[in-house]
Design a binder for this molecule. Sequence first.
Ligand code: ATP
Length: 582
Amino acid sequence: ISVLCNYVHLQKLEVPHNKIKLSCVSNMPYLVILDASHNEISNFFGFQPPKNLKEVNFSHNRITKMKDLSAYSSLSKLDLDNSFREIIGLEQCCKLTHLSLANNKISRISGLDSLLLTHLCLRGNQLERIEGLENLRSLQVLDLSLNRITSLSGLQNLHQLGSINLKKNLITEIQECKHIHDLLLLRDLNLLGNPLQEQQDYRLSVVFLLQHLTVLDQEKVTPEEKVSSVNKYDPPMDVVAARNHMTHLVYQLMQPQILYDTLPSADSPYPMLVLTGPQGCGKRELAHRLCQELSEYFAYTCHTTRGPYFGEENGIDYHFVSEEDFQHMIHMFIQTMPYGGHSYGLTRDAIEDVAREGLACCVHMELEQGVFSLKNSYFEPRFILLIPTQVEKYKGHLKSRGLYTPAQIDMAVLRIELYANTNRQRPGFFDNVIPSDWEEAYQTLKQVVKEYLLLADQEEESNNRAFPDNISTLQELASIRRREQLVREAIVGKSPGVYSQLFKSDESCASSALSVPSSAGALSSLVEPLDISLLGHTLETLKQNHDDPHPDTDRLAAVVSPSSDRRPGSNIKPILPPIPTG
Ligand SMILES: Nc1ncnc2c1ncn2[C@@H]1O[C@H](COP(=O)(O)OP(=O)(O)OP(=O)(O)O)[C@@H](O)[C@H]1O
């Protein structure tokens, strides 16, 4: 092609698939693009360097050795798919962004450190490791297919990478993906033809580990795959709870159905109080103290396979059972939770036993498979969150227990945020929040619970009774007593025990309301429809009420007064803790 020597202004020369020599290029000082691929060139770049040569393709020639290309510093794109073993001579090509060195015999990447490459192709070489790429911080597209690479280590700092092709290599472990986990721009990954594809759930695992991917192995990652992978490997609390609930529901449905008579209907909620909070926040101690001090209202009801701590008693602190027995009675549980190598669970029978004694059950639980699981059931407990507000104090407390490793303590501290977030993001999820590191946490809890039981008003009134301030208080009390008398007559001595207020909700009122009989005509303007759904198991308490010469006026008034169809205790101001930092 020596005739081209006269074309001095030529900017683009394409002569692929020939057997030509390129000495004429020395006469083309303005050449910008040169394609001399698929020739038989062995001495490449053997011409005077055109000043502005940007794109050169010398692939598929007979080049066996790279050479110094510092004279060609304008190069931005270079294809050298030949048969050489070592990368050299590119150090001065500081404008080079696209480099293809495919199908050579390169076994080690070197000499690329100073370049600003965005696209690099090393397909079909003999690489076993990814090394020498650490400084290519601008790299966006990397093709390492058809090599012998076993690990993805070496890619972790290439934060601009959007596409990696590792087809047909020797990667065996899915865990290798952790090296590219932090590459947030990575959208396209190709691992086809690697041994790790044989592993079970390979695709879901990779989709989970690399949640930014949109294409994996040349196939689009669907939203369904993304959701399934998260549900499988890091299920949100709702999903864990839903599974737990579903499992136990299925177990229950497989059993003969028992009709319990403590409650008026099968789906009436039991009165229940649930204390929850992070590990070692003191919920266990508080729950048991509450059961002790308010033993006429509460009893503890959970089963566990862990052994009793010093001073704990079977049937009082837990029902202690063996793992074997626990599994044997698995169909009886409403929910279960594995924790620290032991199992915990709540059975319907245990709740029923407590209800038979006219008590409400009080339990302490973890969030995921405890509180969330109960939220799915038809039980409608009161949930109280106990949350540490002073991280250092909380850490100190955990340390002083001598039961936890530093890692476990850190994990426990991290979990505070889980509880705080649940409280922040789901208004009304907890009925009350009490800082557990206050000295007066128990007193606050007790007061809140008494409010639920409507005992606080009662105490207040009895104080008032003892020291009536003035005549108008006396008159008011007399008036309340008169109204209360009428109410008693109207409901023929039936009213729910105070503890049943724990679970009285708007819906239960609405679904089972009964209007006051006409014999109480005088009252019909005074009282709202009465909730009798909760009365079945409270007759004894009612009888006591009836015989009581000093009736609890406020309590009854609250049961029947127009305001009583609000959730009891709803007038209490929630005590919100300051949210811990971090
Ligand atoms: N049925 C249940 N469902 C869910 N969680 C439960 C259940 N019963 C107990 N738990 C929780 O299991 C955890 C372990 O209970 P355990 O009685 O062994 O207390 P602990 O050793 O004082 O625990 P912590 O780690 O909170 O100090 C506690 O967080 C407790 O609230």
